[in-house]
Write a protein that binds this ligand. Structure first.
Ligand SMILES: NC(=O)c1ccc[n+]([C@@H]2O[C@H](COP(=O)([O-])OP(=O)(O)OC[C@H]3O[C@@H](n4cnc5c(N)ncnc54)[C@H](O)[C@@H]3O)[C@@H](O)[C@H]2O)c1
Length: 462
């Protein structure tokens, strides 16, 4: 009897503790708190702002990633680069040189103090604030930008916790400002072609999908400003960089456009390499490194689909985003080799010596499919994408589409709920892992609207 009481007390204590952390355990599943939408506030599904002839932008964070964005924007028509902000002058000066060589005026500068970015947000001659600092400052800057009446565009991942995700949703809904996560990998040529093929039914019903960020960062760890990236990995378990992997897949699966992410489970390996990198970069020993070398996350959807994600930035492996789609009638995969398999069925003549009767289509057929199903956006942008570049052109296409949609008053290709869904594995995978790989319910970030829009579509002007 006493033991039974003790168990009940421990269970109650555990539940109380979990609730304090913002979640409860219901039938063995971790359920996070979903804040109610304030009365009178509306969702941002299909939201479009008034068209603007010229998109006036301010950039914050001109490090390894940031200067390239200024260079790309300097080559996009209908834009004005109004202001640049960084703690250091080097990135600002390199950006100004790109503006000059594109025949543009030098932009206003905000340099040196950690809060100078607020002054940039407060300017009255900017429409959108484009944020490319380290992860720890993304949400804070985007929230302030929206409060100042600006749209916010944020590098990946835009939000690092559920609290940040909900704050961005609430603020975007309340201020009626776009809050877009700058996920470039959805614009890569293979992913765009496969999306087009999937939308035209070539793979049948897509059931299983894979995505990843597998990129050994050993050469990069020491280059991030103030070691922000290794610091986040040192202090957080879970898939801390899921957006490149999950983004293109969610578009194919029509997430919050007819389906929704439902349950997540994650596991990680022990953190074998992090402490070594920490010592290399800082010269200091590291007693505890949280992020496992390899993290695997599985997510099921309301409509019975499965997403498999991998994160590994620690061990030597070829770069991979692992993109694959498994459908009832076909298969697409990008890594390690690109291929499509279409409509082949075993003919009852299985060959015991050849266990692979289902194969990718031959190279000439693959090339023809890539051409035939080239996405209209790829066709529209390929000359400039080749000229301007940025990860093979996908960065240019991302910026071009953002400007195109804003100028034409269209919904953006990615909304604040995409941001939420693609970032939520960061905290939810950690929750699963830290609780013995328990399932975690993925909140409906649209709060009831996930089935309102039928299928993912890009918007076009007439
Ligand atoms: N989409 C992609 O393919 C891709 C590729 C690389 C990086 N990224 C993302 O881009 C972001 C930046 O990464 P990075 O590699 O350029 O990092 P970085 O450390 O090289 O650059 C960050 C910059 O932000 C500046 N900064 C920091 N705090 C600031 C503040 N308070 N005010 C003004 N400036 C401030 C720093 O001085 C630095 O120049 C990250 O979110 C990263 O995940 C995305």
């Amino acid at each position: 009897m006493k033991i039974k009481n003790l168990i009940i007390i421990l269970a109650l204590l555990f539940t109380a503790c979990a609730e304090q952390k913002g979640y409860k355990i219901v039938d063995g599943t971790i359920v996070c708190h979903t804040p109610e939408r304030p009365v009178g506030q509306q969702d941002m599904l299909g939201y479009a702002a008034e068209p603007m002839e010229c998109v006036r932008v301010g950039f914050i964070g001109l490090g390894m990633r940031g200067v390239g964005a200024v260079r790309r924007w300097s080559q996009i028509e209908g834009t004005e680069i109004v202001a640049l902000c960084d703690l250091n002058p080097e990135g600002i000066e390199r950006s100004q040189k790109y503006l000059e060589s594109a025949g543009r005026e030098r932009a206003a500068e905000y340099i040196g103090t950690p809060d100078a970015w607020k002054l940039l947000c407060e300017r009255t001659d900017i429409d959108i604030v484009y944020i490319m600092t380290g992860w720890q400052t993304h949400a804070e800057m985007a929230l302030y930008a929206m409060e100042c009446g600006k749209h916010a565009a944020i590098e990946v991942p835009a939000a690092m916790s559920m609290a940040e995700i909900w704050a961005l949703i609430e603020t975007s809904e309340r201020t009626r400002k776009h809050c877009i996560q700058l996920e470039n990998c959805v614009y890569d040529r293979f992913e765009m072609t496969a999306l087009n093929m999937a939308q035209q039914g070539l793979f049948g019903e897509i059931l299983h999908t894979e995505g990843a960020y597998i990129h050994c960062l050993d050469e990069f760890w020491s280059r991030y400003h103030n070691n922000w990236r290794l610091e986040f990995n040192r202090t957080h378990r879970g898939d801390v960089y899921p957006t490149h992997g999950i983004g293109p897949i969610c578009q194919v699966l029509n997430i919050h456009r007819g389906d929704r992410l439902k349950t997540l489970v994650a596991m990680d390996t022990r953190a074998a390499s992090g402490a070594k990198y920490w010592k290399d970069v800082t010269g200091q020993p590291c007693d505890h490194f949280a992020n496992g070398d390899h993290t695997t996350t599985l997510i099921s959807t309301e409509k019975g689909k499965v997403i498999q994600l991998h994160h590994n930035v620690m061990t030597p492996r070829p770069y991979s985003r692992d993109y694959s789609l498994t459908g009832t009638d076909g298969y697409a995969a990008k890594y390690p080799i690109k291929g499509f398999l279409l409509g082949e069925r075993a003919q009852g003549n299985a060959d015991i010596e050849n266990l692979s009767t289902h194969r990718f289509v031959p190279k000439d057929v693959f090339d023809r499919l890539m051409e035939q199903y080239k996405h209209p956006i790829t066709t529209q942008t390929e000359i400039m994408a080749a000229k301007v570049g940025g990860h093979g052109g996908m960065d240019y296409i991302m910026d071009y589409r953002l400007v195109y949609c804003l100028r034409n008053g269209l919904p953006l290709d990615m909304d604040v709920y995409d941001l939420a869904e693609w970032c939520c594995p960061i905290e939810l995978s950690a929750l699963s892992i830290e609780n013995g790989n328990k399932p975690v319910a993925v909140p409906d970030f649209t709060r009831g609207g996930w089935n309102k829009i039928e299928g993912y579509r890009h918007a076009y002007a007439e």
